[in-house]
Write a protein that binds this ligand. Structure first.
Ligand SMILES: [Zn+2]
Length: 369
């Protein structure tokens, strides 16, 4: 199993490399041959797919029972959608799919102190999995994240370091501090990105081997989108499905570099001003894997939609009235699905919406005395 950089072609042995990115600055990819997606009969959760995931020694696996989240048919505004309730993961977000794999690998590598920059969900998930593995976890967060997310990280035993000055400043401070430990940035970690492949495999299993026409998801760093693309491709390459579903990237209009880049087909991520938004978990002005995101949209005949704050709030309320209390970032995907579904040519399509984060993480703070 090798690490490979698509930018310069460099390769390193995955079992012994501690560098979190290629010396040229590009992100690593895992080069490995795995069997087509088949789960181990009689088992539950993400690790039942382990034969088709990057190998980790059995004794190093750190699991909280993540995966196998429900696909719940839900009517919104008179139209039926299939809601993939990934907020039902152990820490209340899809990030558990990535960290169970990556932390297991890092445990096998003997790493004892992890550093991560996060808008909250990835940090909470890493604090849970890293803490369970006996590692110290330091999470750098924007100073203005919802306080339940900060308290969640601390409750798992994670160290919370708030940083002012935007998402890039948070990442830079974290990388600088990580010199005496391991920088486990989830956008960069090549193990992390394999976890959300299992979303695609679970969806096809729940649809009795069929693919949906479209899958709509919120996009910040694009971890879900790239995982779905990879996961559906693995099924397609094995002849299990007839094609790829259209992938629809949903971003808040207040921070929509992927939408802007998609509309202009820009080679490099276009500069964006980040405005205030309810969707605090996807305020990502410069996605690390921007080129791969656009390639996934092109390859699946997908699209990217920018959603207004009013649309986010409306979709959030509609979901909650349907019994699905998600964080506002997840409502961005539901709002995009509503807009997508209103177009006549998509009227009869089967549309899956990935609901990524639990609403309890974003409920307003109680008033202080
Ligand atoms: Zn490189």
């Amino acid at each position: 199993m090798n690490l490979m950089c698509n930018r310069c072609g460099r390769q390193e042995a995955a079992a012994s490399t501690l560098a979190w990115r290629c010396p040229c600055g590009g992100p690593w990819h895992l080069q490995l041959q795995v069997p087509p997606p088949d789960s181990i009969p009689g088992q539950r959760g993400l690790w039942r797919w382990r034969r088709s995931l990057p190998g980790v020694p059995e004794a190093a696996i750190v699991s909280l029972g993540e995966g196998d989240t429900p696909l719940v048919p839900t009517r919104l505004d008179g139209r039926q959608f299939l809601m993939k309730c990934d907020f039902c993961n152990p820490t209340g977000s899809w990030k558990d799919r990535g960290w169970t794999l990556a932390v297991s690998h890092l445990k096998a590598m003997g790493i004892s102190h992890l550093y991560e920059d996060s808008s909250g969900n990835a940090g909470a998930s890493l604090a849970a999995y890293g803490g369970r593995a006996g590692m110290k976890v330091s999470v750098f967060v924007p100073a203005d994240i919802p306080s339940p997310k900060r308290r969640q990280i601390a409750a798992y035993g994670g160290e919370v370091i708030p940083i002012s000055g935007g998402r890039d400043a948070v990442a830079a401070a974290c990388v600088e501090a990580a010199r005496d430990g391991f920088y486990a940035g989830h956008a960069w970690n090549p193990w992390f990105r394999w976890g959300p492949c299992t979303l695609a495999w679970e969806i096809v299993e729940d649809l009795d081997g069929r693919i949906p026409d479209a899958v709509v998801m919120p996009v910040g760093q694009g971890g879900i989108l790239l995982g779905l693309f990879h996961g559906f491709n693995a099924l397609h390459g094995a002849g299990r499905i007839s094609g790829l579903p259209r992938l629809v990237a949903a971003q808040a209009a207040a921070c929509a570099p992927v939408v802007r880049g998609w509309l202009t087909q820009a080679d490099q991520v276009p500069p964006v001003e980040v405005g205030p938004t309810l969707a605090d978990a996807i305020r990502t002005p410069r996605p690390v894997r921007y080129g791969e995101i656009l390639e996934a949209l092109r390859s699946t005949n997908g699209t990217a939609l920018a959603i207004s704050e009013e649309e986010i709030a409306t979709a959030h309320a509609m979901l909650a009235r349907s019994g699905l209390l998600v964080e506002p970032t997840s409502a961005v995907a539901a709002a995009a699905a509503l807009r997508y579904g209103r177009e006549a040519q998509h009227g009869d399509e089967t549309v899956v919406v990935i609901l990524t984060g639990l609403g309890l993480k974003a409920l307003a703070d109680p008033p202080t005395a």
